[in-house]
Every structure is written in structure tokens, then in C-alpha cells.
Design a protein around this ligand. Sequence first.
Ligand SMILES: C[C@H](O)[C@@H](O)[C@@H](O)C(=O)CO
Length: 544
Amino acid sequence: MSTQRPPVQLVASGDSRLSANQKCWPAQNALEEALNNAVEKLGYSVQRAHLVTDQGHGFIDSQKRGMEVFRTIAPDAPLIVAEAVWQYSHHVLAGLLSHQGPILTVANWSGQWPGLVGMLNLNGSLTKAGAEYSTLWSEDFTDDFFLGHLKTWLETGTVHHTTDHVASLEPKWIPQLASQTGKRLADELRQDKAIMGVFDEGCMGMFNAIIPDHLLHPLGVFKERLSQSALYAEMREVSDDDTNKAFQWYRDQGMKFHFGESDVEDLTPNQVLEQCRMYIAAVRLADQFGCETIGIQYQQGLKDLTPASDLVEGTLNSTSRPPVFDRHGSKELYAGQAIPHFNEVDECAGLDAMMIHRIHRILRQPVETTLHDLRWGSPDQSGTTTQYVWVFEISGSAPAEHLGGWNQCHGYRQPPMYFPKGGSTLSGVSRPGEIIWSRIYIADNALYMDLGRGESLALPPEETKRRLEGTTAVWPIMHGVTYGVSRDQMMAKHKANHVQVAYAEDVAAADQAFWTRAAMATALGIRVNLCGTQKDGSSWHKKG
Ligand SMILES: C[C@H](O)[C@@H](O)[C@@H](O)C(=O)CO
């Protein structure tokens, strides 16, 4: 039956780090086997467009390799991009943008490696580029949701997901006070302007994370393009005394570093000292260039020079952090304030964080915010809730305030396959509370914001352990619930790399912050989508 039809082509984009590609290859192999079985059951066949190399993995591991592979693929062939791992979108973007046949991105519903995140990054990048694609996910590729959609794609070349949980915001829905505050804050930003410091744009092929200047400038936000070499040079200027004081500060606050002996496998005090230097250097550069927010790319370039920047990033996002003085020791910089940091230079998240800070400051709500990956999700097995619980997790840091304070924070070594020079994570479990979640993304040459409400839940230790062990246990986690948005709705509408989260004191305060953000974003010209429902299940449009 299958022999009559041309085979579906399959490509797999990977990391650019050989160590990660080799370690994660077995998971990709297992995904492809299950996926091939599903396609074959439906009467079609799959052909891999590139083979396993003598390096011991079958991933496209660079843009160059991606272009070579795509030169061999018939331009109109049906094409699946299958992802079980974190991948760099630019490896395959060039080929996908000129491909004329139907494209399907697929990930396995597994937290083991960030494959879902990799696929979502690719989806966001294709969306920004205006490319047509369909997308699917599955736990074992035998469920009806997956097989039904796969059949449709094989037969018609597209899959449609209903997104009726999303409403395009009409300004008249916004309550008056929130509308006025949001508009005032937007006017201030446009009038006074603000600087976003970007340490090496284009982190890890995240095309979707780069906001084109012509979309950013009308908001009053301008990029200062900084270099990670400048950060490294500034680190070398930080005195041993200042470095040691910062290290002592973490210990005095009760942060628990999990040290070992081996620099290759374990976290060592020297790695943390280097991170303290980086933290001080980053604050000084932010001050020198007048940045309201900064983003450090870190994984490429910096990872071969110094330990990972996560501890730095989480610390910058915390209001309570080691004091930093200028080089002469005369003036404390950004005293009493967090300096919002957008990990992996996700500029969309950076813009969002900047808005959150301005809004939550005025509303006297917690300003600390972070992005997370939509890493995985699983129904709660502890009997605490019947709501679907996401694993919001990011690759190394969250603000200490989210994790319940510094004495609840743990510093573990970053996984060696990603970070050869180690570095401490800023890990822990996010405290329970009401949250506002959001994601800014680019489509149709415009900025969009999806906005929703939800909750960070407390789950018993065994359930937390299950979730950590099902993902990357050394990274910080939030047990996230999204009001009125199911797992598949959340996935289908996700066109960003990350999800941004901020807390508010209670339901009313969170709703107020939600509406004020909607108002500020609208006044800035960002197109806002309200997702899901209020906490009590009622729709957003009835309010206001
Ligand atoms: C270390 C990995 O490469 C991470 O960067 C990846 O899982 C992400 O967090 C992507 O947002």
C-alpha cells in the first residue's frame, strides 16, 4: 500500500553542542521509531533525509549542515521535522523557508529533554518568518488525537487546531482604572524611552526571539547592542574583594550550594566566584549604558570561557541581591531594585519583563518576574488537584523571591553536556500563588501578546520529585496551572519560545495587573489576545 506514495521526508534539528547531541540521540531514535510506525499504519512511509554520522548522532547540528541536507530534499515533498531535544532553529530555518511541500513539526510528550521546547521555538520562528506549517505532539504516537491529525496532514497537508479559548482583545472590555493606568504607562515609555541591553543577539538560533528594530522603536524601546566579550573583559576588572563579598552574601542569605570535588562534573566554589564576577560586571555595564533590562546570550560563545550565567540571571531578577558598587566603590548601582534579565536573549520576554516591572511597581505588586520554558506537563498524581499541571521550567534560574526566598534556593552544577565550565543554577520550587502568564511573539510583521491568568501550585514533595526527575532536576520549576486553557490549547497557540510569569498578592490584584498589562500593551500598539478564563471559569469579555 505504502509503496505507491512518495515517502514523507524526515529531518531532525539538534543542538550545536556535540556532547548534547550524542547524549540525547537515543531519545530521538526512540521517537522516530514510534513516529514511523504511526505513519506506516496509515499507509505511508518515512525516509530520513540525513543519516546518522560517524559522530554518533543523527541531528542536523549547524546551519551549514542544514543547507546541505535541504539541497537533497525534493522541494515539494511532504516533510516532518521531528524533535525530542532542544534544537537551534537556524539549523533548519533556511531550508524550511524555501520548502514548498507541506511541513509538519512533531515532538514527543516527554520532559526528558527539552524537545517540546525545541519544537515550540521552531514554531515561533516559522510564525515570525510567515511560513506555513502544521504542528503535533504525542506521548507515544498511538493516541487518537495524534493519529487523527496525522492522517489529516498526510491526506491534505495541513492540521488545524481549534483555538476558541482565545479572544482578540477589544479595548472596551478593559476596566476603566486599568485602562487609564496602562495608557499612562505606555505614554511614559514612548515619551521618556528605555534601553534594552542585548549581549549578543540571536541566541542559539532563536530567530523568534529577535524583535526587529522597526517594531520596537515605536514603543519607545531601543536596543543597546552589547558584546559578551565586553562582559568577559569587565569580569576581569572586578576585584577579588568585591567577588568574595558577593559570594559571602549568598551564603549569609542561606542559599545552599551543592559543591563537589571535580570541576568537570561537580559545582565548585571557583565556578561560583566566576559567576559573582559576572554578576558584578553585568550590573556595572547595565549602569554604564543606562539599561532598564539586559539579556545575556551565554550558551554560545560565553560557555567556552566561563561558567554559565544562570546564577547571575536569577540574581538580577531578584529585588533582594548582593549590593554592587561602581568601579570606584562610591555609588551603589540600582540600589533596592531588580534589573530584569531576559535569559537566552529572548527579547520578547525582555519587553514583557520591562512592562511587568513598570506595572507591578505602580500597583504595588511583586515586580520579580522570569521566563520559563513550557517544558512538559502531566496530570497531578498526588490527588492535590484535578487541573492540568504544567512543568514550567527554565534552564538554570528564577528569581529568589519566586522560590520562596534565598534560604529556599539551591545551587547545583549545570549539566556538563551543555556547560563544560559548569556554574551554579538558581534552583528551587516556585511558591504557591496567583500568577499572570504571558508570551510576546511576532507574526505578520507585528508584535502580539497572549495573556492569561493562572496559579502556581504547591504539590507534595513526591510529586515535585517526579516532575523534577522527569525533566532536568537541577533547574528551577513552577507547578503551573493556566485557567481555562487545556494542554492542547496551550500548545496549539504557543508561538513563542517562553512563557513569562509574574505573581500578584491575590485574585483581585492579579486580575488588575492582567488588565493593566492588556491596556499598556494595547496602547503601545501590541495586539493582545486574552487566553482562557478568569479563575472562576467566567469569560474575560463579560468583565469591564
Ligand atoms: C540548555 C538548553 O539548551 C536550554 O537552553 C533549553 O532547554 C532552553 O531553555 C530553551 O529555552
